[in-house]
Design a protein around this ligand. Structure first.
Ligand SMILES: [Zn+2]
Ligand SMILES: [Zn+2]
Length: 138
């Protein structure tokens, strides 16, 4: 598929589709700046908004966390680390189907799943500290 983006938008998009860690606008900005030193954070934000509206990327917002961006627009499950806030794609995309969640009187068009826990980096720092390991909030 060939898309015609401005150079700046292409730069933002390229960073995003090559990363799988759902960077924030600031993280995208610091990477795009290597290729395009003249770009501003405001421009990155504007292009992220445009790309989201065009349906080419996804904006992931979660209360209390910075907005993150995802180059994958299809429904896929995420795992969020409660310690460092990392948002990780769950490997081997489980088949999740919106059909399973439809009910009379409502048309389901999308589904987002986010599981919570601790990433391996945070786990190894917190080894032996069980105070948050028994959280159940579902
Ligand atoms: Zn973590
Ligand atoms: Zn994702």
């Amino acid at each position: 598929m060939k898309r015609r983006f401005t150079r700046q938008r292409q730069g933002v998009y390229d960073v995003l589709i090559h990363r799988h860690d759902h960077p924030t606008a600031e993280e995208i900005f610091s990477e795009v700046r290597i290729q395009q030193p003249g770009i501003s954070l405001g421009t990155v934000y504007r292009n992220l908004d445009l790309l989201t509206r065009e349906g080419v990327i996804k904006t992931l917002s979660s209360p209390g966390n910075p907005r993150r961006y995802d180059g994958k627009v299809y429904d896929h499950p995420h795992a969020r680390c409660l310690s460092c806030g990392a948002l990780i794609d769950i490997p081997d995309d489980r088949s999740i189907s919106v059909g399973a969640f439809s009910f009379p009187g409502f048309t389901v068009t999308g589904l987002s799943i986010e599981v919570r826990g601790y990433c391996s980096r945070c786990r190894s720092c917190n080894e032996g500290d069980p105070k948050e390991s028994d959280q159940h909030d579902i």
